[in-house]
Ligand binder design. Structure first.
Ligand code: RET
Length: 274
């Protein structure tokens, strides 16, 4: 004989409507934040383009780097504001679906190496360490994207892998990069120190926002969009503007690097060996 409980379960299974789906989406506030951020990047692009082309072509290395990272960010924000670079992920074991702004990972996978390149150009870091830092950075963003796409518990494995890669990046920048910058001269060393320490503080905020949004979904999609927008503006616009303002120091650093490149890379013995 059926117990009352099993009858109730059976009735519930067959006659009750399925649990309501919850969709965690941005509201018009979040959409406005995306548009305003796009406009901020677009205006910065116009200003940077004018300033870059006013420079002598031999002095444009850092300016081009800034220009391209601002361009990529503008493209990413346009795609998110128009609803293209966005998908929806189901939260594990729930009927909740949350918007995932995957365009930001496409943005970061290109722009974070460019940001690092700006610092590396300044510090005169060797090629091996540069590749190591940039490789770890790309791995950090890719693992972050997989973590955001993963709905089960493995999400946190991706996240911690991303954090580990970030540690590699930061150690390379703050230790090797700083030593190399001070070896050039104290002006470059001081500028580099200030920039790399602000980068450390800013970059550490990204995984915190990730954990609260793509990770645990404890903040709304609007807050997620706002936090990332503020961080992206600080990390890209403010950062690149400082490097632009310090242009004379940067140019002297690049000129010195170029003159070193003019010297034969291998000594006499090395040349003989080739
Ligand atoms: C993720 C999640 C996985 C763990 C870590 C992350 C770090 C992301 C960072 C992004 C920086 C972006 C910048 C954009 C510039 O405009 C991918 C969020 C550590 C540091 C600087």
């Amino acid at each position: 004989m059926d117990t009352l409980a099993s009858v109730v379960t059976d009735v519930a299974k067959h006659h009750l409507p399925p649990p309501a789906e919850v969709h965690q989406h941005i509201t018009s506030f979040g959409a406005n934040v995306l548009w305003v951020t796009f406009i901020a990047f677009f205006v910065t692009f116009v200003v940077f383009a004018a300033k870059t082309f006013a420079l002598k072509s031999s002095e444009r290395a850092n300016a081009y780097t800034s220009l391209f990272l601002i361009t990529i960010a503008a493209i990413a924000y346009y795609s998110m504001a128009t609803g293209l670079g966005v998908s929806e992920e189901r939260r594990a074991h729930t009927h909740t679906y949350r918007q995932l702004f995957y365009a930001r990972y496409v943005d970061w996978v290109f722009t974070t190496p460019l940001l690092l390149l700006e610092l590396v150009l300044l510090s005169g870091l060797d090629l091996g360490t540069t590749l190591w830092i940039i490789g770890a950075d790309i791995a950090m963003i890719v693992t972050g994207l997989f973590g955001a796409l993963e709905t089960g518990a493995f999400k946190w494995g991706w996240f911690f892998a991303g954090c580990l890669f970030m540690v590699f990046v930061l150690v390379g920048l703050l230790k090797n990069g700083r030593e190399s910058a001070f070896r050039r001269n104290s002006d470059i060393g001081n500028l580099y120190s200030g920039l790399s320490i602000s980068l450390l503080v800013l970059w550490c905020a990204y995984p915190i926002v990730w954990a609260a949004s793509e990770g645990k979904a404890v903040i709304s999609s609007d807050k997620e969009v706002l936090c990332y927008a503020v961080l992206d503006i600080l990390a890209k616009i403010v950062f690149s503007t400082i490097i632009f303002i310090k242009h004379p120091i940067v140019v002297s650093a690049n000129a010195e690097a170029n003159s070193r490149l003019d010297e034969p890379l291998l000594g006499a013995a090395g040349s003989d060996a080739l």
